[in-house]
Design a protein around this ligand. Structure first.
Ligand SMILES: Nc1ncnc2c1ncn2[C@@H]1O[C@H](COP(=O)(O)OP(=O)(O)O)[C@@H](O)[C@H]1O
Ligand SMILES: [Mg+2]
Length: 303
């Protein structure tokens, strides 16, 4: 069903470090290259609509002013309602009303919400329409939890089959099909030729600590390795002529050094610009800068 060569790129990091900006610039870059591109945000406090200057919401929406680009902001409540409906739909013809009420009752649990969020998430990994799907994720903890779900679920379903036959969402038989889907999603997320996992960080102590922690957790708990790191918000050296900014620039360079030593991932630097990253034009500039860094690195590595 899925597009066999589709690429998935996850952006992760602490709140406010530039995830949405870097994810959006990357989306613009791939769209400009002629790839059908979708950017999805799972952040409840999403600002994708501001970045692209148009309403988006809980549906795949064409971005105007650029070819090949679509966006969606996942709404957790709507995702849950859709998930319940999809689960109950096939049962409606088979069971009497009272039974359906029982099933519906069983679906009113926190597990359902978690499952629904993840279900929406992987729906895009199986959508054959897009060449590139970019996930602008919520701040780190939330995303890790979301990514742990399929692994947890896969285990939970397995264990229930051998035990009571019940899961916190009803009979295990209802979920068998999902297990295959989750296993497939985990496999895809671990496949570095298909999925890139980008951490965005700022050259400051707290975001560095958080990124280190989440990179470790991601690898240890889920078996997913980060593929690259963007250090965003570097002050342009030429502008740092007075002592205050010079000091800050030097401080940033120390943190850049620390990041390079402590987080062993290919790193790109992104400069702080004089204004917010909103609109296609500036995102194109940022994308160009990101890409040039990649090329420079490739040349340096001799490939
Ligand atoms: N390199 C940069 N130069 C200028 N402004 C930036 C840069 N990176 C991010 N910003 C701005 O900082 C704010 C936070 O960035 P955002 O991408 O929304 O972060 P996150 O999604 O991680 O919360 C936004 O207003 C964005 O436009
Ligand atoms: Mg954001």
């Amino acid at each position: 069903m899925q597009n066999r060569s589709a690429k998935f790129i996850f952006f992760s990091g602490k709140g406010g470090v530039g995830k949405t900006s870097m994810a959006s610039a990357t989306a613009v870059y791939y769209a400009d290259q002629g790839n059908k591109t979708l950017i999805v945000t799972t952040d409840p406090a999403s600002n994708l609509a501001d970045v692209f200057g148009q309403e988006i919401g809980h549906k795949i929406t064409k971005i105007s002013g650029i070819e090949n680009l679509w966006a969606m902001e996942i709404d957790a409540d709507k995702a849950t309602a859709e998930y319940k409906e999809n689960a109950l739909e096939p049962l409606r013809e088979l069971f009497p009303e009272e039974m359906l009420k029982v099933f519906e009752e069983q679906l009113n649990s926190p597990c359902t919400e978690e499952m629904a969020a993840f279900d929406k998430f992987i729906e895009f990994m199986h959508n054959p329409e897009f060449d590139v799907v970019i996930f602008d994720t919520a701040p780190t903890g939330h995303t890790l939890r979301l990514l742990e779900l399929p692994a947890d679920w896969s285990r939970h379903i397995e264990a229930s089959k051998e035990g009571s036959g019940q899961t916190c969402m009803g009979p295990v038989t209802m979920l068998e099909e999902s297990k295959a889907k989750y296993d497939e999603a985990i496999k895809l997320m671990k496949d570095q030729s298909r999925t890139r996992f980008v951490f965005v960080v700022q050259p400051e102590a707290t975001p560095i600590a958080e990124t280190k922690r989440s990179a470790t957790e991601l690898e240890e708990k889920i078996g997913i390795r980060g593929t690259e790191l963007i250090i965003n918000g570097i002050l342009p050296e030429n502008e740092c002529i007075d002592p205050f900014f010079k000091k800050r620039y030097e401080m940033q360079m120390k943190y850049v050094e620390q990041i390079r030593n402590e987080i062993p991932l290919p790193t790109k630097l992104m400069y702080l610009r004089e204004r917010d990253l909103r609109g296609i034009a500036i995102l194109r500039e940022v994308a160009q800068e990101l890409h040039q860094e990649v090329e420079a690195e490739a040349v340096a590595q001799g490939d």
